[in-house]
Design a protein around this ligand. Structure first.
Ligand SMILES: [Zn+2]
Length: 96
């Protein structure tokens, strides 16, 4: 697939959108807190055996062993394409 987005934009979306905020506020996935970590229902396998890491800004499912950055998470939760996920994130976080 040809990617026509500037890499700086993709970096911003991956790194500057807090993964926890995205899961709770935008995607509205089922979540809970345990051990100080925000956990969520995995959009791929439905497991709650998950964690988010604010340091790496990644979400991880221990059941299906997927790592999600914000773009991956939108794609998985919304069952949408990469381009749709990028547009979704731009609308929510970069719109003025
Ligand atoms: Zn999973």
């Amino acid at each position: 697939m040809t990617c026509y987005y500037p890499s700086a934009l993709l970096r911003t979306l991956r790194n500057r959108i807090p993964i926890g905020n995205l899961i709770v506020q935008v995607l509205k996935l089922e979540t809970y807190n345990r051990g100080g970590w925000l956990r969520f229902r995995c959009p791929c396998c439905g497991s709650l055996h998950t964690a988010t890491n604010p340091t790496t800004n990644l979400a991880r499912c221990f059941e299906c062993r997927k790592n999600f950055n914000p773009i991956d998470m939108v794609m998985a939760a919304g069952k949408c394409s990469f381009v749709e996920a990028v547009e979704h994130l731009k609308r929510h976080y970069l719109a003025r």
